[in-house]
Ligand binder design. Sequence first.
Ligand SMILES: Nc1ncnc2c1ncn2[C@@H]1O[C@H](COP(=O)(O)OP(=O)(O)O)[C@@H](O)[C@H]1O
Ligand SMILES: [Mg+2]
Length: 266
Amino acid sequence: MLIVENITKTYRLSKKQMWIENSNNPLKVAANNVSFTVKPGEIFGLLGPNGAGKTTTLRCISTLIKPDKGDAFIELNNERISVVNEDDKARGKLSFLTSELKLEDHFTPNYLFNFFGQLYGLDEDTIAKNKKKLFDTFGINDFAEVKVSQMSTGMKQKTSIAISLVHDPDIIIFDEPTNGLDVLTARTVTDYLQELRNEGKTIVISTHIMSLAAKLCDRIGIIIDGKIRMVGTTEEILEETNTRDLDDAFFEIFKRSKEEDGGIVA
Ligand SMILES: Nc1ncnc2c1ncn2[C@@H]1O[C@H](COP(=O)(O)OP(=O)(O)O)[C@@H](O)[C@H]1O
Ligand SMILES: [Mg+2]
């Protein structure tokens, strides 16, 4: 179980960023009191437009950055691990797939998988066992000895996913997992996420694609301008917004959020 409690993260913007963001305020609250809970055997989707705060939130949960306020807790076997105060321990239980992962050009999937396995302190047998499962699933055996520099985007993403799961973590956090992938590769990824859910893993993905969220996620949290605006199953969100598909629901929630924040609806 993953419990996210009031995560808040503010960035200080450079002059150039302020210009890009069209803002006079050097402080940007990228995540604003974000809370949600994900149960084992559930895929939770953080759905929102570009700049909504998805990556920031997921990075805080994954211990890559520290929130200014709030925390996230991993509850496993009657133990409660704080990602803020017990980041080392939390890292052993979770996996983070970044949307900006750069694999070192020079190495092969085989080498990288072993390397990260050793980094997690896994023994050879465990590495071999986990590698077989993941390489079979993603068809990596065909290019296990090919250097990253020679691989397609799809091959790199499959390799990144396999590496992120090297330690068979209980909590899986994937930032925009199907971005830039062809439909077949995207399908392999979403099918595998469903398999992991069925194994009882606790899964969070972020996406800006409504149809993906509607299809893959058991529950969705809609995030706009750093704030979670609504949480529920697709059906609950449709009912609450009195709409018939998630696209329409999203626009309704977007409109409400602008009214709430006192902004102007474009
Ligand atoms: N390191 C950073 N420094 C300054 N501003 C940032 C930084 N990272 C993200 N931001 C800003 O925070 C906001 C949220 O970004 P992000 O979490 O990446 O959103 P999303 O993943 O939903 O697109 C954006 O306005 C972005 O420009
Ligand atoms: Mg992002």
